[in-house]
Design a protein around this ligand. Structure first.
Ligand SMILES: NC(=O)C1=CN([C@@H]2O[C@H](COP(=O)(O)OP(=O)(O)OC[C@H]3O[C@@H](n4cnc5c(N)ncnc54)[C@H](O)[C@@H]3O)[C@@H](O)[C@H]2O)C=CC1
Ligand SMILES: O=C(CO)COP(=O)(O)O
Length: 327
């Protein structure tokens, strides 16, 4: 592989474009907005989504999706809830053998479908992969050491794409458990909102640590029930990403939760930024209820987002559940 297409020039798409270019690939970066494309072509800096980072010279820019047709693999890096429309648009222009690598983290809200299944519905005969793990766009773009996981059912293809994207500061492990990898990325965002709320309400570091540990137990239960492997959840895309996003307001999900904890409404707390956990919480909980999976922390986030509970009511509900065995 030597040509990588990237659909979506937000923070993560731009950072991945730089990583792929640094790994030695020619990169074609697609964005829908022609004004953004013209500005990027002039300044080579994505001031709106990734300020202060210069795009690598090997990145060419386009607003024409069919320019991605010659790529050896295409990374889809738009918000989770746009996956169906973007996969359909890409299906119309990409050769059927071109692998599509999902980089969004979420579950389709309307249908409660995992994103890989959405892509497989739209491009039934094409290879699909998932890239996920603890990786802030700014860290990757600044060349700070980062490790992520690339999963594809075809082990050889996973290894090939992982090798093509790996560079001196971006280390891509390969895996075949796409379900486990995508569940980790989708569910940790919901749990990070809970951790942020604990920080915003100033409930202390002990409460935050308890939430991470009990949140991980929820993640594991959910993933096992939906066919993910426990080992995957203990790796970069599960525990690794949960710990990262539950640690710092650099995470948009954590920062959103913090503002909820400070008393802001969900809309004011989001402040126009993408908060994938808020978009995914109800779908995650619907899937959990379908299989009677106990997920009290994710449920508390769902209740806060719907306006049914305040943060204080959520804390009371979690602390006053019947005592039980830890495992
Ligand atoms: N920012 C980060 O550090 C990381 C983000 N991700 C995931 O990557 C995905 C994208 O996140 P970011 O790039 O950070 O978001 P962002 O908000 O920075 O950028 C989103 C991009 O998608 C475009 N977009 C929005 N709606 C669209 C539509 N309907 N059709 C086509 N393009 C559309 C926007 O114009 C923008 O270029 C999310 O699922 C996020 O969870 C994953 C790892 C790290
Ligand atoms: O997924 C991420 C880091 O791995 C980014 O998290 P946020 O979307 O919460 O900023």
């Amino acid at each position: 592989m030597s040509v990588i297409g990237i659909a979506g020039a937000g923070a993560w798409g731009s950072a991945l474009a730089n990583a792929a270019a640094l790994a030695g690939n020619d990169v074609i970066l697609w964005m829908r907005d022609s004004a953004q494309c013209a500005a990027l072509a002039e300044t080579r800096t994505n001031e709106r989504f990734l300020p202060g980072i210069r795009l690598h010279d090997r990145i060419s820019l386009t607003t024409n999706l069919s320019d991605l047709a010659g790529a050896d693999a295409v990374l889809l890096v738009t918000p989770a809830q746009t996956t169906r429309e973007m996969a359909a648009a890409l299906a119309a222009v990409l050769p059927p053998a071109t692998p599509l690598v999902l980089c969004a983290k979420g579950i389709e809200r309307q249908t409660r479908a995992f994103l890989c299944n959405v892509v497989q519905e739209v491009r039934p005969d094409a290879p699909v992969a998932v890239l996920s793990g603890p990786s802030f766009a700014h860290d990757v773009a600044r060349g700070l050491p980062t490790a992520v996981t690339l999963a594809c059912e075809d082990a050889a293809l996973a290894e090939t794409i992982a090798a093509a994207l790996s560079g001196p500061t971006f280390r891509v492990y390969h895996a075949t458990d796409i379900r486990g990898v995508e569940i980790g990325g989708a569910a940790k965002n919901v749990l990070a909102i809970a951790c942020g709320a604990v920080a915003g309400r100033k409930l202390g570091e002990s409460a935050k640590a308890a939430l991470v540990a009990r949140g991980f137990a929820e993640l594991l239960r959910f993933a096992r029930a939906y066919g993910g492997q426990a080992e995957t959840l203990m790796g970069l895309s599960g525990l690794g990403d949960l710990v990262l996003t539950c640690s710092t307001p650099q995470s948009r999900n954590f920062a959103f939760g913090m503002r909820l904890g400070e008393g802001l409404s969900p809309e004011a707390a989001a402040g126009g930024k993408l908060v994938e956990g808020a978009a995914t919480a109800s779908a995650l909980m619907a899937l959990a209820r379908d299989k009677e999976i106990d997920m009290p922390i994710a449920e508390a986030v769902e209740q806060i987002l719907s306006g049914a509970w305040t943060v204080d009511q959520a804390v009371d509900a979690l602390m006053n559940r019947p005592l039980k065995s830890e495992t």
